[in-house]
Write a protein of this length. Sequence first.
Length: 308
Amino acid sequence: MTARLLDGKAIGAGLRAALGARVAGLGFRPGLRVVRVGDDLASVVYVRSKDRAAKEAGFDSETILLPDDVPESGLLDVVRRLNADPAVDGILVQLPLPKHIDPQRVLEAVDPAKDVDGFHPVNAGRLAAGLPGLVPCTPKGVMHLLAEAGVALPGARAVVLGRSAIVGRPMAALLLAADATVTMLHSRSRDIAEECRRAEVLVAAVGREGMVNGDWIAPGAVVVDVGINRRADGKLAGDVEFEAARARAGWITPVPGGVGPMTIACLLENTLEAALARRGAIALQPNGGVAEEHATPEQSYGHGPGLA
Ligand SMILES: Nc1nc(=O)c2c([nH]1)NC[C@@H]1CN(c3ccc(C(=O)N[C@@H](CCC(=O)O)C(=O)O)cc3)C=[N+]21
């Protein structure tokens, strides 16, 4: 079997076009502000793509550049000003930040209603609790890809490799909300190869080139590679041994051109959702709305005996 490619570049472009059409009918431009501190090379590239995608889709997008040596208090002042600005619907502080700044303090300064990264503990907690809120862009983008591939998640064995706050944990929460049977693997897990071989859906978010061997992939599995690793030859590569995995999988995302472009499209989706929710035009959906057709209506109590 040779896997079909899950083309995030094309699917992300489709999502951005659909968002652009909705924005065009709004009568106002949702406001996105991306804050970049210093000149980290990757950040310069990513922030430029975010700004370009936002403008193309009709958003009011601005990048705020701060010097490498801006004190933490100066960055916090900028965040507070954006929180107070009614024209601003979405705020993203690009990571990583210089070492003298505590990223957690900065993320917690962002108004949760404008937190289009979904990194504020209020939004992380709401996702973990199955409550509506803003959902991190990368795992949200992965859910869009799984929907495009027509993957039936209820009851499916899903394995998430990596437990970061920005990808692994929210990814597991979204898959669980879609009724998958979720296993999280991390640096202390035993039998990682065996666990991966049981996966019908495998999401790799580790940040180590090629750490997922091709022979860890079950025949026909859906393989989503979140890793973006810069190789010695300058090329980008994922966490999965792509060619060997492709020979076994049913679907697989390439790197580049897989999850990365979906992250940017979902940033715009979150900004539109935040803009509408702030105006009372919509209520935010549980799980970012991506898993809504699967989400269980019952909460943890009151549904009688049995498994929740
Ligand atoms: N507050 C914050 N929010 C983020 O969402 C955030 C961040 N900080 N810091 C860095 C990471 C990384 N990230 C990517 C976005 C798009 C691509 C992307 O579009 N990648 C292209 C290729 C890009 C290239 O060629 O270099 C692709 O995979 O096809 C990649 C990575 C967002 N991040």
